[in-house]
Design a protein around this ligand. Structure first.
Ligand SMILES: N#Cc1c(N)n[nH]c1-c1ccc2c(Cl)cn(Cc3cccnc3)c2c1
Length: 246
């Protein structure tokens, strides 16, 4: 997968050089390119914003630099990219959308600032590529860069080979499958006793069937307590009558 990010804060995307995404880039599983929007300005002050038509607070990001940036990025690849626009009014970002985006060959992110990008940029882009306007949650950020970090990590970990053998998204919370839509249960590691606290005996038993059942029961119990709405979404076939009694 190729990912391009156009931003006035390229340094905000430095985290894409480390950990899971950084390793995937080093291995060649992910091609991430960050572009400074100001590279596509031509005035002395490298202006990217102006006052809003119709008045009102704040500034709006000018269409010209974005248009030139998207032209340049789109022309540099062979395939059709999907434009991903972080915005408070966007489609809620969920695991389902992460899976959808992970199936695309090329994502171009346009995290903006101020009061947003001149609407004509998105409208014009929509005539030549798929556009997804996405929000990472019902809270207000100052711009889209943090959303890009969240979306890229959630998508990258779904790409084949990115998660090592020691990790797996098989039992991810919110992912389809036997633990569909359940939150993760408690996890433990050595030492077996720490500050007088021990590990549930079943996890030391070596009985894989009992361990699997305990983990599912704990996930169900935790989900029922913290996110009962997710239980309603579960496929009834996922749980036998015993689970329903937890
Ligand atoms: N994704 C997401 C997301 C989220 N969940 N909250 N806020 C944002 C987000 C994304 C992009 C921008 C751009 Cl461009 C400017 N702002 C500031 C702003 C805040 C409220 C109303 N208008 C603009 C952004 C906020």
């Amino acid at each position: 997968m190729r990912i391009d990010v156009v931003t006035i804060f390229p340094e905000y995307l430095e985290p894409l050089n480390v950990s899971l995404v950084g390793k995937a880039r080093t291995r060649g599983q992910l091609d991430v390119r960050v572009h400074d929007l100001r590279s596509f300005t031509h005035d002395k002050h490298r202006t990217v914003d102006d006052t809003p038509f119709g008045g009102g607070p704040g500034m709006v990001m000018k269409p010209e630099p974005w248009g030139e940036a998207l032209d340049s990025v789109a022309a540099s690849g062979e395939e059709l990219p999907t434009l991903v626009v972080p915005t408070p009014s966007g489609r809620p970002f969920t695991q389902e959308l992460a899976v959808e985006l992970a199936e695309r060959p090329w994502l171009v992110f346009t995290p903006a600032r101020y009061e947003g990008i001149d609407r004509r940029v998105i409208d014009e882009a929509s005539t030549r590529m798929p556009v997804e306007e996405v929000s990472i949650g019902d809270y207000v950020l100052a711009g889209g860069e943090a959303a890009v970090l969240v979306i890229v990590e959630a998508v990258a970990r779904l790409l084949p080979g990115v998660l090592g053998n020691a990790e797996s998204h098989r039992d991810d919370s919110f992912a389809p499958g036997a633990m569909a839509d359940l939150l993760e249960g408690p996890v433990y590691t050595k030492p077996p006793e720490w500050r007088g606290r021990t590990v549930p005996e079943v996890l030391l038993s070596g009985h894989h069937g009992k361990i699997a059942r305990w983990r599912r029961d704990e996930a169900f119990r935790r989900t029922a307590a913290l996110r009962p709405d997710l239980i309603e979404r579960c496929d009834p076939a996922t749980f036998d009558k015993h689970d329903r009694r937890l």
